[in-house]
Design a protein around this ligand. Structure first.
Ligand SMILES: [Zn+2]
Ligand SMILES: [Zn+2]
Length: 390
């Protein structure tokens, strides 16, 4: 397996910590994008900036083959106040790299540097650095700006760190791997009145309370027990005083599913339940549905190829099957367009450094992963765009 030199490794650990020190929220990744673009340009990549706002693509062509692959990293940070106490902790109050996107960017840059110098491949390598993975849908924004028309890819890949798994372990899963995420705001409109004369009012609060309970039956009664699904009522707002029947009640709900059909069915059942529950209490329901990320489905063939490369270059005990996750990821949209695989790299087993869960103020990307992460990207490019391939 090709590895980074010790000197290169230290350079990219320092770079990761520099990005960590200067985190930027979704679509504000100007410093990070400029840094990525400058490095890629200096190494001979053809660089395109401003795709989907702050997205960057670096393209490297070798040989004559028309084959192409895309590797994607995310660059955005989260609105969380850092509590790691690390020497490289965030300088931006209330913003931190709590999901390891600083590490994903550094791993891909480390691979980019090595491939520019030593890459033995025949084809086109597209390195995609996207903005706004954390809820902003930066992947879709880059696609709306013509990402795959301008940079066609036969296959695409992305890697996310995963706390709770041994550091450097590579985890693969074919098929549905991460959940869809959808959101809705439900407003129930009733008729306000005096708390002592409920018969002169139409109480939206009682209807809302009943609806919270009714929604629990979607997963338990309408979804196949073998299919993962979540319906969460995360907020309920209604009323101010103990003797006043309010005029309205508002509920915030979020949904997760790991199958596109389950996702559609849940939406239909939830809307029907809300309408009929509202009717039964004599209130009017208003539903604002906000579709989020799609189910992330790894392509069977591309996942098998990605796994085979790992098996060829890494010891067997460093490779494992990834679990299904109820988290969401906007690489799902890219995978709807181009077949590929989203894999994971263990950030540290429980009790070990790097075990702290992502989105926690104490989380930090494990710098030990820059070496195996970059080595995997290098092996994947050299194998998939191999010189000896027909
Ligand atoms: Zn995240
Ligand atoms: Zn993330």
């Amino acid at each position: 397996m090709e590895r980074l030199s010790d000197q290169a490794l230290q350079t990219f650990i320092d770079l990761r910590r520099d990005i960590h020190r200067h985190p930027e929220l979704a679509f504000q990744e100007r410093r990070t994008a400029a840094l990525v673009a400058a490095q890629l340009g200096a190494w001979g990549y053809e660089v395109t900036t401003g795709l989907g706002g702050t997205g960057v693509v670096g393209q490297l062509k070798r040989g004559t083959s028309s084959r192409s692959i895309g590797l994607r990293a995310d660059m955005d940070a989260l609105p969380i106040a850092e509590a790691t106490g690390a020497a490289w902790a965030s300088c931006e109050h209330g913003v931190m790299h709590a999901c390891g996107h600083d590490g994903h960017t550094a791993m891909l840059l480390a691979a980019a540097h090595h491939l520019a110098q030593h890459g033995r491949f025949d084809g086109t390598l597209n390195l995609i650095f996207q903005p706004a993975e954390e809820g902003g849908g930066g992947a879709l924004k880059m696609m709306e700006d013509g990402l795959f028309e301008r940079f066609p890819c036969d296959a695409i890949f992305a890697m996310h760190n995963m706390p709770g798994f041994p550091q450097g372990q590579l985890l693969f899963r074919s098929g549905p791997t991460m959940a869809s995420s959808d959101y809705a705001t439900i407003t129930l409109h009733g008729v306000g009145g005096h708390g002592a004369m409920p018969h002169k009012a139409t109480d939206p609060l009682v209807a809302a309370a009943s609806l919270v309970m009714a929604l629990q039956t979607i997963v338990s009664r309408n979804v196949d027990p073998m299919q993962p699904a979540v319906v969460t009522v995360g907020a309920i707002h209604s009323g101010e005083a103990n003797n006043v029947i309010p005029t309205s009640a508002r509920l915030e709900i979020s949904l997760r599913a790991l199958d596109p059909q389950v996702r559609r069915n849940m939406e239909g059942r939830i809307k029907a339940l809300i309408e009929l529950q509202a009717q039964s209490y004599g209130v009017r329901a208003e539903i604002a549905w906000r579709p989020g990320y799609a189910v992330l489905v790894n392509d069977a063939q591309q996942t098998a190829r990605a796994l085979a490369v790992a098996q060829q270059h890494f010891p067997a005990d460093q490779i494992a099957q990834a679990p299904m996750l109820t988290g969401s990821e906007d690489f799902a949209f890219m995978l709807e367009r181009v077949p590929g695989c989203y894999l994971f790299i263990g950030n540290g087993a429980d009790g070990e450094p790097g075990a702290c869960m992502v989105h926690n103020p104490a989380y930090d990307f494990n710098d030990q992963n820059i070496a195996p992460g970059a080595a995997y990207w290098i092996a994947l490019v050299n194998e998939l765009l191999s010189l000896t391939h027909p």
